[in-house]
Design a protein around this ligand. Structure first.
Ligand code: SF4
Length: 192
């Protein structure tokens, strides 16, 4: 059983798959409590559902791209569910703060959004996504050496962008061109 907060169809606005139409599956609960969390839905209402029921639900959408998000999807081992999605031909991306990568290791793409920049993982995922604001101490990101894409994403408000943080991130990426900018495209488009 998975604790489902919501399932919805929208446009991926972050990271490598920005612009892809995806079905989003939001799971309940997180091991952290970040002050800037823009997905506090994960703390509220959820329904426990079997894989089969979830699959029936997402089949009504035309895409074969699934994003599992939260909250923190790796709180529980969801590899069995990811396998079930693969059997149906889905590409599965998971967004994680790095709690337990082994719980999501069967995914096709894992976005790691670290919250403790002093204890960064280096393996077990496919891309970094750092949430940055204009007063962030970015030394640890600058020191990072990795072949994986390093996305810099402005810390935004729940339903709108933060112009100052966005400008800061644009200049950061221009100054350090091995970074990539991730802008939360969905907030510009005004979609979920
Ligand atoms: S890790 Fe992500 S989902 Fe969890 S509290 Fe922080 S921002 Fe929210």
């Amino acid at each position: 059983m998975l604790k489902i907060v919501e399932i919805f169809y929208s446009i991926q606005g972050e990271g490598k798959f920005s612009g892809y139409p995806c079905v989003f599956i939001r799971l309940h609960g997180c091991n952290l409590d970040c002050h800037f969390c823009d997905e506090d839905l994960h703390k509220g209402f959820f329904e426990s559902k079997e894989s089969k029921e979830i699959l029936e639900n997402i089949k009504k959408y035309p895409t074969k791209q699934v994003v599992i998000t939260g909250g923190e999807p790796s709180l529980n081992d969801i590899n069995g569910f990811i396998d079930a999605l693969h059997v149906e031909g889905y590409h599965v991306a998971v967004e994680s703060n790095g709690y337990k990568f082994e719980h999501i290791k069967n995914a096709d793409w894992i976005t790691y959004s670290p919250k403790d920049w002093n204890a960064l993982h280096v393996e077990g995922f496919n891309e970094y996504k750092f949430i940055v604001e204009k007063n962030s101490n970015i030394e640890k990101i600058l020191e990072l050496k990795s072949d994986k894409p390093i996305y810099i994403q402005p810390q935004n408000h729940k339903d709108s962008i933060d112009k100052n943080n966005t400008e800061f991130c644009i200049e950061l990426v221009k100054k350090y061109p091995h970074f990539r900018l991730s802008v939360q495209l969905h907030k510009y488009l005004g979609v979920e």
